[in-house]
Design a protein around this ligand. Structure first.
Ligand code: PHE
Length: 340
């Protein structure tokens, strides 16, 4: 009797390993006959139970039925898998293992690509990213930035006004006050969004453009922190070591106020039309945040200091991608967009 039980166990075991080797339904049928067919060892055992001595019948009967059930289940499972593979192969000529064809499914606008790049770089430096309101009030666009009503410096920006007295923002500086009120120092923030100006368009001017604003407020922040931050940023954007230069400039919300220029990325300072043979490209406005602006943002200027900058994203794209006319960006011309 022990021999019969052992035989049953070995049948179960070898059926498992044989099933794993089966590659198609034909081989599978053969194996099923071998294990479960009329002439199989298992069937023979099942038929012989009635001839066994009375005392052995229950244990052999139980075991052989268990093995039969296990075999039937595993054969059924394998049959299902093989049928699925076969129907996939027959259904069509589709080979599901071939990589997908590269289809023409559109292009990401170069401005968007640049915005993503800017966000990545500043986020790695620990800056948080904000979006401005497209339309904002006078306080956030001007007054909180040390530009009270009637201040002549408001003329720096060719501002649009809505009939209700709101402003399609002329610059992303409109968010400085809100960010300062929302966060406590250390504050590291960039604001990227659309800005609007009452400009006559030409190859270098547009009425709608993207700006990137940045502010950094903490104890002991100096101009050299600003220079270092922006130099690293521009070197990452242009993927080469760029030089930066500060010139004096005037914005009422920074003191001192500066313009920053980059070593020309097109001619590497050999002199070209784009840098007007000076070797330098003026790229942004920046400076140390004016104490009035800090105070207005709820920050004590006797304890904290900070720097701010603002630059045009479109201009950066033009320099990086060597685009000669800013009007391409909004042209909707597919020949332009398909290049990116
Ligand atoms: N907001 C300024 C502009 O549009 C740029 C700027 C931002 C200058 C922050 C200094 C500091 O032109």
């Amino acid at each position: 009797m022990n021999d019969t039980l052992k035989l049953l166990e070995s049948i179960e075991k070898s059926s498992g390993s044989d099933l794993k080797k089966v590659k198609n339904l034909k081989e599978f049928e053969k194996l099923r006959t071998q294990y479960l067919g009329r002439k199989s060892k298992l069937t023979k055992i099942l038929r012989s139970i009635q001839n066994l001595p009375q005392k052995d019948r229950p244990s052999v009967g139980k075991k052989s039925n268990e093995v039969r059930k296990a075999l039937e289940a595993s054969f059924l499972k394998t049959q299902g898998e093989l049928e699925q593979i076969q129907s996939l192969n027959e259904a069509s000529d589709i080979d599901v293992t071939i990589p997908a064809l590269k289809k023409h499914i559109g292009h990401i606008h170069p401005n968007t690509q640049m915005i993503w790049r800017i966000q990545d770089i500043f986020q790695l430096m620990g800056f948080e990213v904000f979006e401005p309101y497209d339309i904002d009030d006078d306080y956030h666009t001007f007054t909180s930035l040390n530009l009270p009503e009637g201040h002549p410096a408001r003329d720096i920006w060719d501002t649009f006004w809505t009939e209700e007295g709101f402003i399609p923002i002329t610059h992303t500086s409109s968010m400085q006050n809100r960010v300062m009120k929302m966060r406590k120092p250390p504050i590291r923030a960039v604001v990227i969004g659309h800005t609007f100006r009452n400009e006559r368009t030409d190859p270098r001017h547009e009425h709608t453009l993207f700006q990137c604003e940045g502010i950094y407020v903490d104890k002991g922040i100096t101009l050299s922190d600003m220079i270092g931050t922006l130099k690293i940023f521009f070197s990452k954007v242009f993927e080469k070591d760029v030089k930066v230069k500060l010139d004096p400039d005037y914005f009422p919300f920074v003191e001192p106020g500066n313009g920053m220029a980059l070593s020309c990325t097109l001619c590497d300072q050999k002199g070209c039309r784009v840098c007007k043979y000076t070797g330098w490209l003026e790229i942004l406005g920046c400076g140390m945040i004016h104490p009035f602006v800090l105070r207005e943002g709820g920050i004590d200027p006797d304890v904290y200091s900070g720097f701010a900058w603002g630059f045009g994203v479109d201009r950066l794209v033009m320099l990086r991608e060597k685009i000669e006319d800013i009007r391409h960006f909004h042209s909707g011309d597919l020949r332009f967009i398909r290049q990116f």
